[in-house]
Design a protein around this ligand. Structure first.
Ligand SMILES: [Zn+2]
Length: 111
């Protein structure tokens, strides 16, 4: 193998590597674009669902109104009167109820 041939072979290999790099980069870009698109679609779906269901009863679909239950704001259906608790609200209510019970018994037995 002559030096020029050897040099040429290296050059070709280098070009192939560069092409491969470009192809990889393009693939990554495309994948990223698809991922972003899916994220956007997901977000849009979530938004539509929220608009459709927000403050509507999960059972009958009527409007929910906020009511105060022992200092906790919960959502109550204006039609079937079902109550919806946000995360942690039920636990908060039960905790308050338990405390009230405790203080009631404490008063009862004179503490
Ligand atoms: Zn309802």
């Amino acid at each position: 193998m002559t030096l020029t041939k050897h040099h040429k072979k290296h050059e070709e290999q280098w070009i192939r590597e560069q092409e491969q790099k470009i192809i990889e980069a393009m693939k990554k870009k495309k994948e990223e674009k698809i991922r972003q698109q899916l994220c956007k679609e997901e977000e849009q779906k979530r938004k539509e669902l929220k608009e459709l269901h927000y403050m509507h009863c999960p059972k009958c679909g009527s409007d929910m109104t906020e009511i105060c239950l022992d200092e906790i704001i919960v959502d109550r259906c204006s039609f079937c009167e079902g109550i919806f608790f946000d995360k942690g609200e039920l636990e908060e209510l039960l905790r308050k109820k338990a405390e009230q019970k405790k203080s009631f018994f404490k008063k009862l037995i004179g503490f």
